[in-house]
Each structure stands twice: as C-alpha cells, then as structure tokens.
Ligand binder design. Structure first.
Ligand SMILES: C[S@@+](CC[C@H](N)C(=O)[O-])C[C@H]1O[C@@H](n2cnc3c(N)ncnc32)[C@H](O)[C@@H]1O
Length: 433
C-alpha cells in the first residue's frame, strides 16, 4: 500500500530553461543540430544526397514547429494538401477554430438551470491543478483518465465539497487519487471488480487510506448496493451532500435510474461518448435529438453534414463519418442504432421511438447538465483524437500559447490531452410529471 505522505510529495517544477519555452533557443538548437548532422555525413563520406535530404527534413521540422505555434492552427499532416486547403478555407471564414461547428448536443434541464462556476473559475482552477497533477502516482494511465477529465473531476469535487464521494470504476486508482487531492479529509467509497492494490505488483497504483473498497470478493455493482444501509453506516443523512462519479462503462441511462432510485443528486459521468462512438449508451447520445442544435442526423450520403463529416475523419481519429454513424435501416442513434452496455459486452438494438422516449425521461429528471469543455485547443495540446466540431469551446482557446504556458500546461506531455470524451456533471431530482 502506498503511503499518503509519499503521494503528497510534489515533484519540483522544471528549471527555468526547461520551462520558459523560448522559441528562439529551440530554433538555434535545431540549426546547430542540422550543421552537426551534415558535417558528420561528410566525414563519414556518406553521399551528398543524404546530407541534403537530412537538412531538408530538419528544415521541415523547424518550419512545422513554428507553424504549430502560430494561429490559427489545427493539427494537420503537412503532406495532406486537401487538409491544408480546408484549414485555410476555415480560417478565411473567420473561424477562430472548429469548435462546435457540427453542433454540440446537450441535454435540456427542467428549468434551464446551469452551474455556478465560470470560465474564470476554471482558469484559476487549472493554474492550481497543474502542479498537483504533476505529482500523480500513476504517470501512464492508459485506459484511465487523462489530464482534461482529471482536472474536471478535481475541480467539481472541490467546488461541490461533498460529505462523501462514491466512485464506480477505479482501475489502478488514479481517479481515487484525484478525488483525494480535491477533498483531503472526505470519505470515499470505491466500487471496482479488481482491487487497485492488485495492480501494485506490476507498477504504480493508488490505494487510499480513507476509502471503503467494494472490490475483489467484496465487489458489488452500484445497482446492487443497499445504499440506504451504506449511507447510514457512513453517517450520511442528506444525500444531496454526496457526489457520485461513474467511470465504469455501463449504460448511463441504467446508472441514472439507479442513482435516482437511491436518492443521489450529484453525478459525474467520465465517458460521455458522442453518437457513433464508445462502448456504452451515454447522456450525450441520449440527448442527440432533432430538436437540439447539432442533434439528430441523416444517413443521406449526399448531404452537407455527410461531406463535412467525411473531411473531418482525415484530421481526427474519433471523428465519425456517415459510414461509421449509420447502421442497418439508417439507424444512427446510440452506436448504429444500438444501446451499448458494460464495455459493449452487451448491446441491444433500439428503435428511434425508444431512443426518443429515453431523452424525454432524462429531461424529466435533469436539473443541471454541464459538459466539461476541453482544457485547451488542439493547436496547443496537439491532441489528435476528439473532433473539435463536436466539442464545446475549450477553456484555453487556440492561439493563446502565452496563457497555455503561464498555466503550466506546456510542461505536460502531449499524450495526457488525448482522452477527452465530454465528461458531464448532472444534478438530478425525481421526475416531474
Ligand atoms: C476506465 S476504467 C476506470 C479508470 C479510472 N477511473 C481512472 O481514472 O484511472 C474502468 C474500470 O471499471 C471497472 N468495472 C467494470 N465493471 C464495473 C462495474 N460493474 N462496476 C464498477 N466498476 C466496473 C473495470 O474493472 C475498470 O477498472
């Protein structure tokens, strides 16, 4: 088991030279390297041709470094002329970026209430969170949360200040650690089939000293727990003081109904997948309806949306074109008309009418629906996975490298920005008929 004291030890921030991101000095390094490489090539009597090619390659690297820091820029492969044309067309249209350009579905709440925090609060939170994140015990959290969602979870837990936090889906314990950083003295209940301590044998993991684990032989699914009893044992009488975090890849409609039945009010879902993606039916998918801007789709291949989607697939790994979006009978809702559950180990084809009813039910219980924006635009983070056209505006907008650097975000490895999937915060209450 890891010691709490070890976990709270902060790594010292990088030295000034590492941190100041001086563009000129980086170029000088590239130029120096180019000279050295070509000299070595001559000394080794390699062909003149090889030296020229290497120099050209380095020149290209320097140029692409510069391009990546000038605005407006989206990560576009330098060799893709069509992609580049589209990029310049977009910038000529005056778009600061592509965020939300295909539409960003959202769930309507009962009274249109929203969250209390503002972009200014998020920016302040980011500045505070980066040095905390740098001390995380699990540096490589593949299959778990990256930076964006870690920040979102930390920020919301700290803002809401619950008396108890429940997490479903712990894996090696990174999200438990994030919750602990937000609320150092608050009890956590963690449900996960495999106890995080099991991962300690193979590498870093986090086991919390103030956490009740329903894991291993004690594992219980969230839907099978007698929450009344567990809350009594933990001295909780007001369920609106509890925060429930789901990262267990279960159908979110199922989880929403279970949480509602138990009386919980504050929920966060980690993987709020967009339509056509992911391994479970998500809030974002449920609320993707024709009456919502950016919602409802057609499988017609000769439509503007189909053409835009096809182009976007070239830029972004998770972009969804019509072939990926549509299943049998032109079913586009969920994933190709399927309501997935449990890491897609189970799935069920649903009709559009059922999908529509699901959204009406969700709307009847929602007091607040808030999607965490990506922390920063892709020209800053160099993320290549999620499609900005289906995401809300980032907290740190493209083209504001100074701010990105000041917040400490430039110190992080780019891979930590690749896991964004529209984490969502919900406030719920019993349906109004
Ligand atoms: C994506 S991982 C969680 C990542 C973790 N939250 C993090 O940030 O590092 C999903 C976890 O859910 C667990 N899981 C699978 N079925 C579950 C269930 N029914 N209830 C709770 N957790 C479950 C898996 O074993 C896995 O550890």
């Amino acid at each position: 088991m890891m010691q709490e004291s070890m976990l709270s030890a902060r790594r010292s921030p990088p030295s000034q030279e590492e941190d100041d991101g001086d563009d000129e000095s980086k170029i000088r390094k590239h130029a120096f390297l180019a000279a050295r490489i070509s000299m070595h090539a001559r000394l080794a009597s390699a062909s003149h041709c090889l030296a020229v090619s290497l120099s050209l390659l380095l020149l290209l690297l320097v140029a692409s470094f510069f391009l990546s820091r000038s605005r407006p820029v989206i990560c576009v492969p330098a060799y893709d002329s069509i992609a580049r044309t589209t990029l310049f067309e977009a910038s000529l249209e005056g778009l600061a970026s592509d965020f939300g350009s295909l539409g960003v579905p959202w769930c309507r709440s009962k009274h249109g209430k929203t969250v209390e925090w503002t972009t200014k609060d998020l920016l302040k939170g980011l500045e505070e969170f980066v040095p905390i994140y740098e001390t995380r015990p699990i540096k490589n959290n593949m299959y778990g949360m990256g930076f964006d969602h870690s920040f979102g979870l930390w920020f919301m837990a700290r803002w809401l200040k619950p008396d108890l936090m429940i997490e479903s889906g712990a894996f090696k314990g990174h999200s438990t650690w994030v919750l602990r950083q937000a609320m150092p003295g608050t009890r956590i209940i963690s449900l996960s089939p495999r106890h995080p301590e099991k991962y300690l044998k193979k590498g870093p993991a986090y086991v919390d000293a103030n956490c009740t684990y329903f894991s291993g032989k004690d594992f219980l699914d969230f839907g099978s727990v007698d929450w009344g009893n567990v809350m009594r044992k933990h001295g909780i009488s007001d369920l609106s003081r509890v925060l429930v975090f789901f990262d267990d890849h279960q159908n979110e409609l199922k989880r929403l109904k279970q949480a509602l039945k138990a009386g919980f009010r504050h929920l966060i879902f980690e993987d709020n997948y967009d339509t056509g993606t992911g391994d479970h039916y998500s809030l974002r998918q449920i609320c993707d309806q024709f009456y919502i801007r950016g919602g409802g789709h057609s499988c017609f291949k000769d439509s503007d949306e189909a053409r835009i989607r096809m182009k976007r697939k070239r830029f972004w790994e998770k972009a969804v074109d019509v072939d990926v979006l549509c299943g049998e009978g032109e079913a586009w809702w969920g994933v190709k008309g399927y309501m997935r559950d449990d890491f897609n180990h189970s799935n069920k084809a649903i009709s559009y009418a059922e999908h529509f009813q699901n959204s009406r039910f969700v709307e009847s219980v929602l007091d607040v629906y808030w999607e965490l924006p990506p922390v920063a635009g892709p020209s800053l983070t160099h993320q290549t996975r999620y499609d900005p056209s289906r995401a809300p505006d980032p907290i740190v907008e493209d083209g504001t490298y100074g701010l990105f650097r000041r917040l400490g975000l430039a110190r992080l490895e780019t891979s930590v920005f690749n896991g964004y999937t529209q984490m969502v915060y919900l406030q719920i209450s019993a349906p109004t008929s």
